[in-house]
Write a protein of this length. Structure first.
Length: 138
């Protein structure tokens, strides 16, 4: 069995954003040479997420509105976590959207269903963060 690991770096200039990272993950898969196996993509920060869904702007707007209703940023005083930072809402949004995804690798390609893409969700941006890509297989 072969193993491949790479950390991608991302700096989002805004507080929140959804970024399609499918091409970067596919590049990692190509570099790995793995044809059959499993690929993990993990947001390595507690206020960011990795998830799979459709790359459709309306859906991303829906996510933004829905997440803000569930865990509004303001007023920051509503959260016990907020003391030094004002990012309690980002922790909650990450919990909802998830930490990581696992995708099957078949014949050297991501084995996706229709419309599936991999996204990085940033909920407390404006600083450098890391995304782990780990691939195991033959």
């Amino acid at each position: 069995m072969k193993a491949y690991s790479k950390e991608l770096e991302v700096t989002v200039p805004t507080r929140r954003a959804f970024i399609n990272i499918t091409a970067e993950v596919e590049k990692c898969l190509g570099e790995s040479g793995i044809q059959e196996g499993l690929l993990l993509v993990n947001a390595m920060h507690i206020t960011a997420s990795v998830f799979i869904n459709d790359d459709e702007a309306g859906l991303h707007q829906d996510y933004e509105r829905w997440l803000e209703k569930l865990a509004p940023h303001q007023p920051v005083s509503q959260y016990a976590h907020n003391g030094y930072e004002d990012n309690a809402d980002a922790h909650l949004k990450r919990q909802i959207m998830g930490r990581e995804v696992v995708v099957a690798v078949t014949t050297g390609k991501l084995h996706f269903g229709p419309w599936e893409q991999i996204f990085y969700g940033e909920f407390d941006g404006k600083r450098k963060k890391r995304i782990l890509v780990k691939i195991l297989g033959e």
